[in-house]
Design a protein around this ligand. Structure first.
Ligand code: ISE
Length: 331
């Protein structure tokens, strides 16, 4: 059976997901789309094998011809659409963040608890990236011994000038918050945020930033987040353990030697870098394998992000104080 997916939001990510569901994922098709910009929705529908265009997102969620819902609308709208999906009893894949505030995420946890089973998956696609899954396999296989530190680098070429410094944490570094929890299988307990002289290219934003995270067992993770790095999009990390280190470079397989240089091309944004991760994430969701981030993971990432924002504003270390994991998400 082919699952008919309804997509809410057909901007950059919604359009990309529609393309993957149509061309690269088996067992699924795009059944319907909604976007406040009807013309944009129409374009994506036409490229998705003639999916229906809905004028109302709630009509899409409730429609009998839609089996599951993918939410790629603006962050502030995630909560209301996820809640409507849970109320309708439909599986939902929501782009990160699950909701911009911990209160919003908590309302989703309550709704899922009341429903009694998990319906929500959060789009932390890096959990499916072959580079990160390899790194985790090496760590879990014990080849490098006990982990001590991890250095993360996350750079975008440009961001909207003058965005608040908190956006670097809630929109970008939130991926490292999630991947750090996932990699070590434990919570982040303390956070601090340091800022150097801001880049003159950032339009007044505190960019770059250096996040220092401590996990339950005492692993130290540092995250350099720099969203106006100019030269291209890049994500890498190095795990430092007692017996060795593991580096995630994920360079393209080809490189160019010319005119005294040895060069590798960098993408302009995350879509080419994480193309395979997005494909595997969607396939896993369609197959119902359930390896994706849960609503609890979405809550936890937002919870730690909020502590980092507080640390950025105060210049002080903050204790995270994560609530205990609800029963639905244990094991
Ligand atoms: C963007 O929203 C993403 O989620 C990308 O994965 C991330 O690398 C980028 O910094 C964010 O702006």
């Amino acid at each position: 059976v082919v699952k008919r997916i309804g997509i809410i939001g057909t901007g950059i990510m919604g359009a990309d997901h529609a393309r993957l569901l149509t061309d690269a994922v088996s067992g699924a098709c795009v059944g319907g789309v909604f976007d406040p910009d009807a013309e944009r929705a129409g374009g994506v529908a036409a490229r998705s094998g003639g999916a229906r265009v809905f004028a109302d997102p709630y009509a899409l969620i409730g429609d009998d011809g839609i089996d599951a819902v993918l939410i790629a609308s603006s962050d502030a709208t995630h909560e209301e659409y996820v809640l409507a999906c849970v109320a309708a009893g439909k599986p939902v894949l929501c782009e990160k963040p699950l909701a911009p505030t911990t209160e919003g995420c908590a309302r989703i946890l309550e709704a899922e608890a009341a429903h009694g089973s998990r319906l929500v998956t959060v789009g932390f696609m890096r959990r499916f990236d072959p580079g990160y899954t390899d790194l985790k396999a090496v760590l879990d296989g014990g080849e490098v011994g006990i982990p001590l530190m991890i250095h993360h680098v996350h750079r975008n070429p440009a961001a909207v000038p003058g965005i608040p410094g908190s956006a670097l944490i809630t929109n970008s570094a939130v991926h490292e918050l999630d991947i750090t929890r996932w990699l070590f299988g434990e919570e982040i307990t303390e956070v601090a945020v340091h800022t150097p002289r801001p880049s003159g290219r950032a339009g007044g934003t505190r960019d770059p930033q250096l996040l220092i995270l401590t996990t339950e067992s005492g692993v130290l993770a540092d995250v350099e987040i720099f969203v106006n790095a100019r030269y291209g999009y890049e994500v890498r990390c190095e795990l430092v353990a007692e017996e060795g280190t593991v580096t995630l470079d994920a360079p393209p397989p080809t490189s160019l030697r010319r005119g005294g240089l040895h060069a590798r091309e960098l993408p302009a944004d995350w879509r080419p870098r994480f193309a395979e991760a997005y494909r595997l994430e969607l396939q896993d969701w369609i197959d119902g394998t359930g390896r994706g981030a849960t609503a609890w993971d979405g809550f936890a990432a937002t919870y730690v992000a909020q502590a980092c924002v507080a640390a950025l504003e105060s210049g002080e270390r903050h204790v995270v104080g994560m609530p205990s994991i609800p029963r639905l998400y244990r094991g």
